[in-house]
Ligand binder design. Sequence first.
Ligand code: SF4
Length: 154
Amino acid sequence: MSHQKKRVGVFSLTCDEGCSIYLVEIFNKKLLEWLNKIELVYFLSIKDKVKIADLDIALVEGVVSSQKDKEELEKIRKNTKTLIAIGSCAITTQPSGQRNNFSSEKLASIKKDLEKFDYLPRCLSLEEVVKVDDKVLGCPISEENFIKVFEKYL
Ligand code: SF4
């Protein structure tokens, strides 16, 4: 039986996308080594054109800040065997979920905007919404940790 390439998707919820930018560098470095093992089927910039389906590994950065993020994450979870949270935002909500630390006065002052844009009352980590299979800590992720975690699933 021929070895099937793992179908990998990279997804960005609310954040500065710093981890996925860093991922591009890691993928560039490991390109030859991983060429026969992975197929990158979904990556931020092409996300509107590709249907999320039948993934083996989903790498997700950012916090769940809005209803849209929540639905996207649930959809990713349904369509992947393994979901890996990448970066401290996805794992702890910080730093992108800094509004979780706002005072009640400050939160009250932005309440209308939060409601208008369908934001959740607080930012959630991935794990608060779906099952997460593995995590790569760091802000941005550490290359060494990423490779160690990612290669477990290849
Ligand atoms: S963990 Fe840091 S680098 Fe990664 S998305 Fe969040 S803020 Fe950006």
